[in-house]
Design a protein around this ligand. Structure first.
Ligand code: DLL
Length: 433
């Protein structure tokens, strides 16, 4: 028997969903055109006004928005309400000069938390549950989003944040946590630690997990499910659009229902920008239609997905997206942190290295590893062994402050990294996900 947090919305008819989307889109376009000069300019350049957008059928007329627009408009350029109406910011992981900052009014937070509550109830959660939130808290949306959702459902919420695995295990055991929320790689690590302690699935109180923020495979899902004795549900989202809960999995485990009363999804050809029909693989684009502080129209996520309206056995009518199958840009997600190769290159160039390097990403015992091989100049190469070790440490520190992530650095002799004849292969991602 399926459970819903807001059954009248989650099982609404297609006509009702379309009616909500039409009305809210029109209203949102008026709102941003009137209040965000950045949008007004983009729309004026395309020669359209709010009067041209009368329903979702006109969505294609609107300009796209990208992460670059968000950086350009940083920090307040896309804010659509007075700052005094905002009560919170969150920000994307990764720490290039300009981060993406998203603003929320109290009403925006409530709607976001309701989306997360839907995900928790879909995973079998009710007020009887003990929800252990082991996503990071702070600027990252994972902890705050699931925390708020858990409150809305009325669960006993354990705001653990990530890390300190022994303490996570102790709380799962002592407080009989029933639902674990964290990244899939951290869930796998917790599962492995239980196994090493000789604690089997039948002795673990958990019944479900809500795992997302990074790609994970079906094999990984089964492995976590078996070790912890749970059902593992996927959850998707991005800071720009609110955070976790943009879409979530139901018991069918065949894709994530997008909360269509809040977000309109499109799939486009990442090269031409052309809208593709349902069922075709392409880049996912979102338009938020209920947010007040930071509404985004046609935001290009860079995530490659497929959408389907095939009826779902859970009774939900909202469209489903597949797990993201990759990205149309070069962003990597390493231990939950968004990393662009260009950030790494910037650090190397700052320290005087030639741009000959290779980034090797792997997953060892369910934890992402980041190794960077960097060619030295001839001059650096003639340095002492001690001098080279000091240089490596210096780069590790520089990378840490740029990425917020520990990397391993290996300095190699000049001309040892293979040169390519076409595009340089900078990144070797060995993770099988
Ligand atoms: O990762 C929000 C989130 C927190 C989602 C907790 C789920 C759970 P960002 O840091 O802005 O936000 O990163 C967004 O992460 O564009 C995807 O590429 C990737 N991503 C998020 N969820 C999934 C998922 C949060 N379930 C970027 N599967 C997105 C694969 C995911 N990739």
């Amino acid at each position: 028997m399926a459970n819903y947090f807001q059954p009248e919305i989650e099982r609404a008819s297609q006509e009702q969903i379309k009616a909500w989307q039409d009305e809210r889109l029109v209203e949102t376009v008026k709102h941003v055109y009137a209040n965000v000069p950045y949008y007004k300019k983009l729309m004026d350049e395309k020669g359209i006004t709010p009067a041209d957008i009368r329903s979702c059928d006109d969505l294609y007329k609107l300009p796209f928005l990208t992460k670059n627009d968000l950086r350009e408009a940083y920090p307040y350029g896309l804010l659509a309400v007075p700052l005094e109406d905002c009560v919170r910011i969150q920000s994307t992981s990764g720490t290039t000069g300009k981060r993406v900052v998203a603003f929320y009014t109290q009403a925006d937070l409530d709607l976001w938390e309701e989306c997360c509550a839907r995900a928790i109830v879909a995973a079998g959660g009710s007020k009887k549950d003990v929800v252990q939130v082991a996503y990071g808290y702070g600027l990252f949306t994972g902890g705050p989003g699931l925390n708020g959702g858990s409150h809305k459902v009325g669960c006993l919420t354990l705001p653990m944040s990530s890390g300190n695995t022994q303490r996570q295990i102790q709380f799962i055991q002592d407080l009989s946590a029933t639902i674990l929320c964290c990244t899939p790689s951290y869930a796998a690590y917790i599962a492995e630690t239980f196994q090493e302690m000789g604690i089997g699935p039948e002795e673990i109180s958990l019944k479900a997990g809500i795992f997302g923020a990074e790609a994970w495979s079906e094999e990984m899902r089964r492995d976590i499910e078996n070790k912890l004795g749970i059902k593992a549900y996927d959850i998707y989202g991005l800071t720009e659009i609110s955070g976790p809960g943009v879409s979530f999995e139901c018991e069918e485990q065949t894709g994530m229902h997008i909360n269509e009363d809040h977000f309109i999804a499109e799939i486009i050809d990442p090269v031409t920008g052309e809208v593709l029909p349902e069922g075709e693989k392409g880049e996912l684009v979102f338009t938020s239609i209920t947010k007040r502080a930071f509404p985004l129209l046609r935001y290009r996520t860079r995530d490659i997905c497929v959408l389907t309206r095939k009826p779902c056995s859970c009774g939900r009518t909202h469209i489903k997206m597949s797990k993201p199958m990759g990205r149309s840009d070069d962003m990597m997600i390493i231990r939950g942190v968004n990393v662009f190769p260009s950030q790494i290159e910037t650090v190397l160039l700052n320290y005087g290295y030639p741009a000959n390097y290779q980034i090797i990403v792997d997953r060892v015992r369910n934890t992402d590893t980041l190794d960077i091989q960097v060619e030295m100049t001839q001059e650096m190469f003639s340095d002492t062994v001690k001098g080279i070790a000091a240089r490596e440490r210096e780069l590790v520190d520089g990378l840490k402050s740029m990425l917020g992530l520990a990397a391993k650095v290996h300095l190699v002799s000049p001309k040892t990294i293979a040169r390519s004849e076409g595009k340089a292969v900078r990144v070797i991602d060995k993770r099988k996900i």
